[in-house]
Every structure is written in C-alpha cells, then in structure tokens.
Design a protein around this ligand. Structure first.
Ligand code: ARG
Length: 359
C-alpha cells in the first residue's frame, strides 16, 4: 500500500519548513535530511502510520528539543534512517549496533543511594519515574477510543488488586474530575498538565479525557499516570533527598504492576515508549533543588551537561525555574541500566551540592 500523495506533500512541506527555520535547534531538524525524507516518505507501518505521524509535532513546534514521536513500535525500525542517528545523539552515543542491557531496577542496591541532603538545605523533593506500554497496543496516534477505554479498564483492575499497604490508593479518572481538583493536583506536581502542544500536534490527545487518569496512594508518594504521553507512567516521589527510599518504593510498585500485565519491550531499544527520549530504561530520576550560587553562573548548564544531567523548570517540561528552584535529572535513558540511570542523577547532584558548598 502506498502513502497518500497528500501526506507525501505534507512531509515535503514539513521538510521545507524546517529547512527555512533558522532558530530551530531540534534533533528532528538536524537529522531529517533530504535523503531521509526520500527514503521514508513512501513507507507506511502495518497500522498505516507514515513519516508525517513521526515528524508533525516537531514541524508544528519549531522550539522542540527532540521533535519526533513513534506512532507505533514498528515505526522505530521502519523509519530508522531518522530514528537511529537521533537516538544516538540524545542517548550518549547509543549506536545502531548497541543493545539495551537487561533490566536492573536496583533491587538490593538502594542502600547505595543514601540521602543526598540530610539537613534539608538544598533538595525540596525527589522523584523517579518510568514509563511502560501495554503489549499489543500501539502508541497514541494509532489508538482508538475503544482502545483507550479498554486499557484504562485493564490497569484499573491492577490498582484494585494492590495488597501492599503503602501503595494502596485510588484511581481518579480525568473524565469527570472537577477543574479545582485537577488544578490542585497539577500545581502540587502530582498530575500531568493538560493541553501539551507537543503532544496535541503529535495527535496524542484524541478523545481526551477518555481513558486518562491518575492513581495515587494516600500519601501521594506512589502515582501512576494513565494514557497521557505513555500508556503508563509509574512514579515514586517524596519530599527531601532520600533517593534510595524513593527508588525502593518504585521498584515495589513496578513489580506489582508488571506481574499483572505484559509490557512492550524491544531487543535493542528496551522498554518502548512514544517518545524516543524515553526508550530503554524509561527512567527519569530528578530532584527539585536550590543551588542559588552555582545556578547563577554562566557555565551552570555546561557543568550539568558534563555531568550528563538535564535542567528543567519546576512546573514540568518546557517551564522556567521559579525562585531559583530547578528540576535536575539524568538525561540519557538508553544504553545503561535503570539503576545506572538513577545513579547518574545521584552522582551528578552530589557533585553539584559540593560545588554549591564551595562557591
Ligand atoms: N516533543 C517534545 C520536544 O521535542 C518533548 C520531547 C521530550 N519530552 C517528552 N516528554 N517526551 O521538545
């Protein structure tokens, strides 16, 4: 089956728009060459997804950092001339012949991550999350309304079966949630934001809020996001800098969820996610941290880059720092184990705190 000429024309237009955009620094622009366009524009996955589904968010949002999403698992191989070099660039040089190591969440090793800030001088909170995709389902742009509802039903049944007292809680569907409750959950950093333009233009918000929701335990230290960017985001968070404790709870939660539904995993790319920046471990370990002295220095970003850390504002991705508080995390998620990804953040933050003390 060939790709609709109108779609091919849109791909060509997208390429031309990126070429003309001088201020665009996305990985999409960097790796969507004329050769890649010509190689990929007439290809379609079995579910009917084209290169347009991959690039449309980055074409619409020229301020994207990455700019691409995979509409289904097959897209990562079918459109590899675009994905492979982009993945290599994002994830510390993970080459096309490299393979994601076996999962190691760090069971039995969390004591190696003692509190980074026992006196509570720098770190407001610590969070570790991972993403999972339910086996047998594509990603957002290819999901039907029935798929969303069916997936929500499956994961809800996992939640009702959680026996562990600490992790027990309630599932709150977005559909029917009052605006006040929703806004409060977002402000407190528990719930995803609504209307992310990167996701919207990737066709990832269809049928919203159907099938979307959040599960959390009573203390709001264990959370699961359902059908936002990924099918599942499993999250452990708490105040302070005790990374080991946060990871310990995440491991417990992932094991429970994992024992009840199978997830999509690729031989080479590890756990599969909608965005290539999350492949492999899918682990983003982060702290909200105050570093008033060193963060004011012009080379702060360079120091973080060197430590393989990524800086964000505290109100999520693409937000600015507020009151000198930064969200700092590991950047790469692929080509290392889950424990190593957390350790990368741990070691980097430890170093930053030392620099702050000396400054
Ligand atoms: N597509 C957005 C960009 O390129 C987000 C990329 C990474 N973040 C994510 N949530 N997947 O800036």
């Amino acid at each position: 089956m060939s790709v609709d000429p109108a779609i091919v024309a849109k791909i060509d237009e997208g390429y031309a728009k990126l070429q003309g955009a001088k201020d665009c620094h996305s990985l999409l622009k960097k790796y969507l060459t004329k050769e890649v366009v010509d190689n990929c524009k007439n290809k379609k996955t079995k579910l009917g997804a084209s290169l347009l589904d991959v690039i449309q968010s980055g074409v619409a949002n020229l301020d994207s950092g990455v700019g691409v999403y995979a509409p289904d698992a097959e897209a990562y191989t079918l459109f590899k001339p675009l994905f492979d070099p982009l993945i290599q660039d994002y994830h510390n040089g993970f080459a096309p012949n490299q393979k994601q190591p076996a999962t190691d969440l760090g069971e039995g090793k969390t004591h190696l991550l003692p509190d980074l800030d026992p006196e509570g001088k720098y770190i407001n909170s610590t969070r570790v999350r991972c993403g999972r995709s339910l086996e047998g389902y594509p990603f957002n742009p290819c999901l039907t309304e029935a798929n969303y509802l069916e997936m929500e039903k499956k994961v809800k049944s996992i939640f009702t079966n959680i026996k562990d007292e600490e992790l027990q809680g309630t599932y709150y569907p977005l559909d029917g949630m009052t605006k006040e409750v929703q806004s409060q959950l977002i402000a407190d950093h528990f719930l995803f934001k609504e209307g992310d333009r990167f996701l919207q233009t990737a066709n990832a918000c269809r049928y919203w809020p159907k099938g979307r929701g959040i599960y959390h335990n009573k203390n709001k230290t264990f959370l699961v996001w359902v059908n936002e960017e990924d099918h599942l985001r499993i999250i452990s968070m708490q105040n302070g800098g005790n990374v080991g404790q946060v990871l310990e709870r995440l491991i417990k939660g992932v094991k429970i969820v994992q024992s009840q539904v199978p997830f999509s995993r690729d031989e080479r790319l590890g756990w599969l996610t909608f965005c290539p920046s999350n492949l492999g471990t899918t682990v983003r370990a982060s702290v909200h941290i105050r570093l008033p002295k060193i963060s004011a220095k012009p080379d702060f970003k360079k120091i973080c880059d060197g430590l393989k850390l990524q800086i964000r504002g505290i109100h999520g991705e693409h937000s600015e720092s507020v009151g000198g508080v930064y969200d700092i995390s590991n950047k790469a998620r692929l080509g290392l184990t889950e424990f190593e990804a957390v350790k990368q953040m741990y070691d980097g933050i430890k170093h930053l705190i030392e620099l702050e003390k000396k400054a």
